[in-house]
Design a protein. Structure first.
Length: 312
């Protein structure tokens, strides 16, 4: 994790100039909250390359936490709900801007998002690096408390309120099924084996439970990469190019870090080198990772094509 530091020391750390200078889309005049600060539709917002200038401007009033994520990223799905909960509990002293790196390549490039989840902040238009990876909730709380101190040191002490009449209340989501709730609770506690067991039990009761199947794949990946040393894993894989477990370890770390094409290429190269009788575990791992990223993803489509050519 990178400790927050003063915004003045960060000029040039991230190149936001192209996004800062882009004209923002037309928007209604900003409402004022009860305390005189701006009113926003929600403390958690989705941000795009086009709407980012509005976020930069908002950061002059209140610190903005930027959550860089992607749909295929398992650790992102673990971290994002924690960020949303903590920011909401702070009652307008922070806002959370969520950036889908696949849909917004300019923002991804500007923040140099080489691995995700990646969390940075904006204070008075200046970037403040926070941390990468899915960290425990207590650590998130500590980092955001430090961020508020940094913001105060740089004169950003405002707050926002949430518009109450912008739209009708959304329907309350139904509670999670008991086994799903147990798995989610276990994931938040970092107890991945318990989460795996809960999802496996859910699938045993209902083999068509797509959410349980997706959750199981994500938490298995989290369990495999927890505590892994990337440099040691790469060294072991380089020393044994046909060692299935060694190659699996690096592929898992690459996928968790957002290097999807690298993970697929490694396993496909391994599949091509192995005798036919030894290929089944590699094919199964590839299919598991394909499901994590999503069948419609272009990277999965390309990798499936190469796998098919190797099979036939």
């Amino acid at each position: 994790m990178t400790d927050p530091v003063s915004g003045a020391a960060l000029r040039g750390a991230v190149d936001l100039s192209a996004l800062r200078n882009r004209p923002a889309p037309a928007a209604p005049a900003e409402a004022q909250g009860a305390a005189g600060g701006p009113a926003v539709a929600s403390l958690v917002m989705d941000v795009t390359d086009e709407t980012f200038p509005q976020v930069l401007e908002l950061s002059r009033t209140v610190p903005v936490v930027i959550d860089l994520w992607a749909e295929w990223c398992g650790p992102c799905k673990q971290l994002s709900p924690v960020l949303e909960r903590v920011v909401t509990e702070l009652g307008g002293r922070l806002v959370l801007a969520k950036v889908d790196v696949d849909a917004n390549p300019q923002l991804s490039q500007a923040f140099r998002a080489q691995s995700i989840p990646m969390v940075v902040a904006l204070v008075a238009g200046q970037p403040v690096p926070l941390f990468t990876g899915a960290v425990p909730e207590q650590q998130v709380r500590e980092v955001l408390a430090q961020l508020l101190q940094v913001a105060a040191q740089n004169g950003v002490t405002g707050s926002v309120s949430v518009e109450t009449d912008a739209a009708p209340d959304e329907p309350v989501e139904p509670p999670l099924p008991p086994l799903h709730a147990e798995a989610f609770e276990a994931i938040e506690a970092g107890d991945y084996p318990r989460a795996i067991a809960a999802y496996e039990k859910a699938l045993a009761e209902n083999p068509r439970d797509a959410e349980a199947r997706a959750g199981l794949g994500q938490v298995r990946l989290l369990d495999r990469v927890q505590g892994a040393d990337l440099q040691a894993a790469r060294a072991a894989a380089a020393a044994a190019p046909t060692d299935v477990d060694a190659q699996f370890a690096v592929a898992d770390l690459d996928l968790a870090g957002g290097h999807v094409d690298d993970a697929f290429a490694r396993l496909l190269d391994l599949f091509a080198q192995l005798p036919s009788d030894d290929r089944a575990p590699v094919r199964e791992r590839l299919l598991e990772l394909f499901a994590l990223v999503g069948d419609a993803d272009p990277r999965v489509i390309r990798a499936r094509g190469r796998l098919s050519s190797l099979l036939f």
